[in-house]
Each structure stands twice: as structure tokens, then as C-alpha cells.
Design a protein around this ligand. Structure first.
Ligand code: BES
Ligand code: ZN
Ligand code: ZN
Length: 488
């Protein structure tokens, strides 16, 4: 679907989308003689113009019939968020409606360029779908909407193109990677898909295979991979838009399927573990967005890619592995594999890129769902300034974060009698001990944050910016962090 901007309404067929702010219906004046009928209908429906509410009408326009979609933007509140809800709601309503074109006229709202551009952002994000494997869609299930035209704010088109269209591209890449099943996306094909998607973007790509990782001593990452017929990969993405200076590192958990390994997961719901690469997906999507918008920042993205399978060569509970850092780990539970993958990916990035800040993202623990449900991802950090920047970016983007604690008493819980540490603690505080494990691989003094996004990569309900399924969580968060902190 295309996003366009224009100075005035086009001629011809389209659905007209008019926003109303709460009970203030002044924007309907542009309907002319049809205005009174629509207002009467809104009253009869007890339409209050709350954010994301919608009411559909058909009005006569010089002898032909036009669909008019009235969408509430609420009273007061955050303008940017209201604009995103407007764009997303319009597309959700129109996408399979039979209409080919939707015209969103915000002339009456006095939006600035960025606010209006965000209508386009949300509209484009909400239109994303992946019908590749659906060969029997009925006609009325197919998307008809081809274009959204936004009317009524000067400068919005330029703003959309430079700031938000790249984010749409990044989020779409992430959603595609997350949506694809694990027979299609495995470490090697993940790399190929990202390479293809980043062609010509200016992102430098490097890939390590098993032999190269063996040489580097990545025993933890490779231990996870050894039960699978699919070979592991480490994907390294570099965007150098910021001149000299140490990069910021984004590190993603990329378990392309997590069976649990020998500590195998129950059958019910296991198909969800195709999205256990959501952290790596977010890192890849973020790098794409940053490159497309030519962000003035140096960023390195690392994806630790493995498949966790219970094959004949799989690691066993009780195995001791040596990580690239030299520290040893007793693998108590082979299903706590994400932290093992991250451990070596983190050592690699610190040794090779000397980052000033590291942010890792991972669908790491079921326990974070117990704590925060599907609303927030958990944020762990050893640095107050970094944590507050990330919380701010989360607020700005809707990729929500909630701060969780790190503390020495939790760290003690992963001491092992045979190795330097074990890979699981007790059930209680499971997300915290997982974060403590990761922290043991961060050199002291380095600014680090860990995002446990197990509840966020996938959604069973739609929102203003996504349909059920892959959310693209993390791309906007990282993109906004870069804009706020590295480009400020
Ligand atoms: N990928 C899972 C975490 C997960 C669970 C994500 C549910 C989304 C939904 C992770 O690798 C895992 O299995 N973690 C275990 C850790 C436990 C063995 C300490 C968990 O959370 O149960
Ligand atoms: Zn697991
Ligand atoms: Zn996992």
C-alpha cells in the first residue's frame, strides 16, 4: 500500500476519512449538505469520538455515493499518538472494505508536519500483512486498499519520507523474519534474507560460520546449536553514519526455533517458538531503518543465530561449556539457551568493536510474561542515564518498557558447584536471574541494557499499528533511542 500526501482532496472514487476530536464535530463541516445527516447518525449511534472509535456512513455527493469514515481522535492527550491511532484505524477499517483509495483529511485539525506524517507511518504499519502461504483467500478476505492520501498539513510528505518511511521498512523486515516459519527461516536463511533486504542500504555485513566461531571459542553459542542439523551463524551489521567514535551495539537473540533441546518444551503452543528470534529480528530491522534514513550515528548490530533442537549430538543437562569470555557455564537446563547465545555474542562485540553502550534484546524468559504480561517488555540496566533514555524512547514509540531490578543477591543464585555459573536460577525471579547471567558477560563500567521482550514479539490481538501476529517490537524503540541520544 502506498502513502501519499496532497494539498487538496482528489476527484473520483475514494473513501473519505474525517477525524473528529471527541464531541467536537467541526471537521465535518466540509461534508456540506451531507453534514447534518452524518451528525444525526453519529448522535443516534452515541458516537463520542474517542481515540480509535469509528463510524461508517454513505453520503450522496452530486449523485454518486461516497463512503465516509468518521474516526475519533479523542479529547486532549498526546497529538502524535492520536495521529497514529487515526492512520492505523483508517487502514484497519478500509483494508479489505472494497475501497482502493482512502483520503484522510486533517485540514481541520491544524496538525504540524510531523504529526501528519505519523498518520502515514501508522497507516503503512497497519497495512502490513503476509499472505505468502495463503493460496485460498476468499475475495472478501483480500486486501483492496492500494493507497492512503493524507490532506491538510504542509511539509508532511518530506517528513514522512525522511523520518518514517524508513521505519516502516525496518519494522516490515522484522515482522517478515518473525512471521516466517522455522523450516524457512533458520540461521543460514535468516542471514540471506537480511542480506537481500539490506542490499544497497549502506549497511556493511559480515557473517561468521561454525568453524570461525569455534576458533573464537564460542562454546556457549555453539553448545546450543549442536543438537540441530542447521549450522549456527553470527550476523554482524554495521552502520557508520556518525563519523569517528565508538559505536553503540545492539545485540539480538536469534533462536530460529526453540524446542527447549533435551529439556524439551511441552507440545502445546510450541509452534510459538518460531519467533524466538524476535530480538535478532528487531536488531536487523533497526539497522535497516537507520541506514535508510541515513542516521548520523555509528551502530553495530549483532545477531546470534542458532536453532535449539534435541538431536543426537545435543548438549545434555549438566554439560559444562566454556564461553568466549573464558568463563565456564554448567548447563542445567538446555531450554535456557538464549542467555548462552547472548553471552558469546556480547563478548564478541566487546572485543571487536569496543562499543560505548550495549543494548541487547531477547525473547528470553517466560517469567517476564508472569511479571508484565503482554503490555510491557522488561528493562534491566546497569546505568541510570541509559535506562531513562530507553524508557523515554519507549514512551515516545509505544514499544513499552518497564524497569526491573538487578542486584547482587540475585547474582548469587546462579553460582554453580562445578563451574563459574549455571544457566538457570530458581523459578522465582526467573527474568532477573537471566539478566544477572547476561551481566556477567559485560565488562565492568560499560553502559549496558537488556530488554526481555518475550511478551512482545507476537500479539494475539490487533492494535492501531499491527494486525494479530508479529509486532515488530524493538525497531521503533532502537530507532528512537538513536534519534534522541546519538543524533541529538
Ligand atoms: N524462548 C524461551 C522464553 C519464552 C517462553 C519466550 C515463553 C516466549 C514465551 C526461553 O528460551 C526459555 O525457554 N526460557 C525458559 C527458562 C527456564 C528454563 C529457566 C523459560 O522461561 O521457561
Ligand atoms: Zn528456551
Ligand atoms: Zn528461547
Amino acid at each position: 500500500m502506498e502513502i501519499r500526501f496532497a494539498a487538496s482532496r482528489p476527484t473520483g472514487d475514494y473513501a473519505l476519512v474525517l477525524p473528529v476530536a471527541g464531541k467536537d464535530r467541526r471537521s465535518l463541516a466540509s461534508l456540506g449538505t451531507a453534514q447534518q445527516g452524518v451528525i444525526t447518525a453519529l448522535d443516534r449511534q452515541r458516537f463520542e469520538g474517542e481515540g480509535s472509535s469509528a463510524s461508517e456512513h454513505f453520503v450522496d455527493e452530486n449523485g454518486s455515493v461516497r463512503r465516509v469514515l468518521v474516526i475519533g481522535t479523542g479529547n486532549g492527550g498526546n497529538m502524535e499518538q492520536a495521529a497514529e491511532k487515526l492512520g492505523g484505524t483508517a487502514v484497519a477499517r478500509l483494508q479489505t472494505s472494497g475501497e482502493k483509495k482512502g483520503v484522510i483529511d486533517v485540514s481541520a485539525l491544524g496538525y504540524d508536519a510531523d504529526t501528519a506524517a505519523r498518520i502515514g507511518l501508522a497507516a503503512a504499519l497497519r497495512s502490513w500483512r503476509y499472505d505468502r502461504y495463503r493460496t485460498k483467500l476468499k475475495d472478501n478476505q483480500k486486501a483492496t486498499l492500494e493507497e492512503i492520501v493524507i490532506i491538510g498539513a504542509e511539509g508532511a510528505e518530506a517528513r514522512y519520507k525522511s523520518r518514517w518511511a524508513p521505519v516502516v521498512e525496518g519494522v516490515s523486515l522484522t515482522r517478515e523474519l518473525v512471521t516466517e516459519p522455522a523450516n524457512i527461516i533458520y540461521p543460514e536463511s535468516f542471514v540471506e534474507r537480511v542480506q537481500k533486504s539490506l542490499e544497497g542500504s549502506g549497511v556493511e555485513i559480515e557473517v561468521l560460520n561454525r568453524a570461525q566461531m569455534e576458533k573464537l571459542g564460542m562454546g556457549a553459542l555453539l553448545g546450543v546449536a549442536q543438537g540441530s542439523a542447521r549450522e549456527a551463524r553470527l550476523l554482524i551489521l554495521r552502520w557508520n553514519g556518525g563519523g569517528e567514535g565508538n559505536p553503540t551495539a545492539f545485540v539480538g537473540k536469534g533462536v530460529t526455533f526453540d524446542t527447549g533441546g533435551i529439556s524439551i518444551k511441552p507440545a502445546a503452543g510450541m509452534e510459538a517458538m518460531k519467533w524466538d528470534m524476535g530480538g535478532a529480528g528487531a536488531v536487523s530491522g533497526a539497522l535497516k531503518a537507520l541506514a535508510l534514513r541515513k542516521a548520523k550515528a555509528n551502530v553495530v548490530g549483532i545477531c546470534g543465530l542458532v536453532e535449539n533442537m534435541p538431536g543426537g549430538n545435543a548438549q545434555r543437562p549438566g554439560d559444562v561449556v566454556t564461553t568466549m569470555s573464558g568463563q565456564t557455564v554448567e548447563v542445567i537446563n538446555t531450554d535456557a539457551e538464549g542467555r548462552l547465545v547472548l553471552a558469546d555474542a556480547l563478548t564478541y562485540v566487546q572485543r571487536n568493536f569496543k562499543p560505548s553502550t550495549i543494548i541487547d534484546l531477547a525473547t528470553l524468559t517466560g517469567a517476564i510474561l508472569v511479571s508484565l504480561g503482554h503490555e510491557w517488555a522488561g528493562l534491566f540496566s546497569n546505568n541510570e542515564e541509559l535506562a531513562s533514555s530507553l524508557l523515554k524512547a519507549a514512551d515516545e514509540t509505544g514499544d513499552k518498557l518497564w524497569r526491573m531490578p538487578l542486584a547482587e543477591p540475585f547474582d548469587r543464585l546462579i553460582d554453580s558447584p562445578i563451574a563459574d555459573m549455571k544457566n538457570v536460577g530458581p523459578r522465582e525471579g526467573g527474568s532477573i536471574t537471566a539478566a544477572q547471567f547476561i551481566q556477567r558477560f559485560i565488562e565492568s563500567g560499560l553502559r549496558w541494557a537488556h530488554v526481555d521482550m518475550a511478551g512482545k514479539a507476537w500479539s494475539d490481538k490487533a492494535s492501531a499499528t499491527y494486525e494479530k501476529g508479529a509486532t515488530g517490537y524493538g525497531v521503533r524503540l532502537l530507532d528512537q533511542y538513536v534519534a534522541d541520544v546519538l543524533e541529538a
